[in-house]
Unconditional design. Structure first.
Length: 417
């Protein structure tokens, strides 16, 4: 069994598909090592195990909107694409979406996945409550305001298996999307926050070479006024794909054509279902105010990284209060790298890129490629020691752990030590 990108073959000894939460609880309680996997869009081993892998797709799949509370209860294994269609049918929306709508809700939230927008927090910010199966097999519901809530929502799979979540929804809304081309780097660096704030969601696409950023995607609310200034760029006259020369057929609607939020916030259409992705991904999150200096640092490595890149996407994310969220108490800029499927070459250059971003306190995305041994996570996350203590209290034998999580959190202490 491999991940979506095909760069990782999972090491589980068996794969189980429980048909009820009660069956899942029993499997977890009796397993020595266990992990859940969803859409398999992680590029590293965060969801790997040498024990039992649990697939959640056979569990009852529930999407229930509560209009009185303006929330939706959703099973963890459901994709954002399916969730969005269901809530839109009832006149509601989710505040933001990742670029690809095919990822599972639980997996995306547990790893801190996000969309873009200086005032838009990550997908985890919508969580009102979360249902977890603990290492003991106990099913718990943790609600916003509970002591363990800030640790459990972005929990990188180390505090339990997510069976369901309750998310905030809002009334459905319309959006427009346009693409700017040829944004001068000089203008981008001098006015980065202004440009990043010029629409509800903004994404820059570049390979860090040349004097201009090839594309800037602006996703504006239908009520937002058109930009009076294009910052030295040109509005595209045809629909674009983030990769040069690629057909825009599978991309969401552009050219300022109004459409529903779920047909504009992602970069790719819900109807387009990628079977696999011949690419690798890394992402690093750092303070928004450091964006110009950090981008200059990456541009200094353009000759090393551009030959390995399909494209790099630059986005912004609002702060949140989840202990292991890359956006914990930090309005952030996200530097995302979509690499060609050349893992050895990418892993060779990653430490150089990570070293260039280290002075800015860059935090890696938990589900993408990074070099775990290079980071002092306790210094990057103010509540890291509290999180580690909570993991130890709830999973003393390391049932949900693996080599990557042992490196991040420190090797689990045996329960009888």
């Amino acid at each position: 069994m491999k991940n979506w990108a095909g760069n990782l073959e999972y090491s589980s000894a068996e794969v189980r598909r429980p048909r009820s939460v009660a069956e899942l609880q029993e499997l977890v309680a009796t397993a020595a090592k266990v992990k859940a996997i969803g859409s398999r869009h992680s590029f590293n081993t965060v969801a790997d195990t040498d024990g039992t892998h649990i697939l959640l797709d056979a569990l009852p799949q529930d999407i229930t909107v509560n209009p009185d509370k303006e929330t939706v209860r959703v099973s963890g294994g459901i994709s954002y694409g399916a969730l969005c269609r269901a809530v839109e049918e009832q006149g509601y929306a989710i505040h933001n979406l990742a670029s690809l709508p095919h990822i599972s809700v639980a997996g995306a939230i547990q790893t801190g996945t996000h969309g873009s927008g200086v005032d838009n927090p990550s997908l985890a910010a919508a969580v009102v409550s979360i249902d977890l199966v603990r290492a003991s097999g106990e099913l718990v519901t943790i609600t916003r305001g509970d002591r363990d809530f800030p640790a459990s929502v972005v929990g990188i799979g180390s505090l339990g298996i997510v069976t369901a979540l309750e998310l905030e929804v809002r009334p459905s809304f319309q959006m427009r999307q346009r693409v700017l081309t040829g944004l001068p780097w000089e203008r981008a660096l001098a006015s980065f926050r202004e440009i990043a704030s010029s629409a509800y969601s903004v994404s820059f696409f570049t390979d860090y070479t040349g004097d201009t950023i090839p594309q800037v995607w602006l996703k504006a609310l239908d009520t937002e006024a058109a930009l009076p200034d294009l910052f030295g760029s040109t509005a595209a006259s045809v629909a674009m794909h983030p990769l040069p020369g690629m057909s825009a057929e599978n991309c969401t609607g552009q050219l300022d054509e109004p459409g529903k939020w779920l047909d504009r916030l992602p970069h790719f259409r819900h109807e387009f279902t990628p079977s696999n992705g011949e690419e690798l991904q890394s992402e690093f999150l750092l303070p928004l105010d450091d964006a110009p200096a950090a981008l200059e640092a990456v541009r200094g490595l353009a000759d090393r990284i551009a030959p390995l890149l399909f494209v790099s996407e630059i986005r912004t994310v609002a702060a949140d209060d989840f202990w292991l969220s890359p956006f914990y108490q930090q309005q952030s800029v996200a530097l995302h790298f979509t690499w060609k499927p050349l893992q050895a070459d990418v892993e060779n250059v990653l430490p150089e890129l990570e070293a260039a971003l280290a002075p800015f306190g860059a935090r890696p995305h938990w589900g993408k490629l990074f070099t775990p041994g290079l980071y002092d996570f306790a210094s990057l996350y103010p509540r890291f020691e509290d999180f580690r203590a909570l993991v130890q209290a709830n999973d003393p034998s390391g049932k949900f752990r693996n080599a990557l999580l042992d490196t991040v959190l420190g090797v689990a202490v045996p329960a009888d030590s």
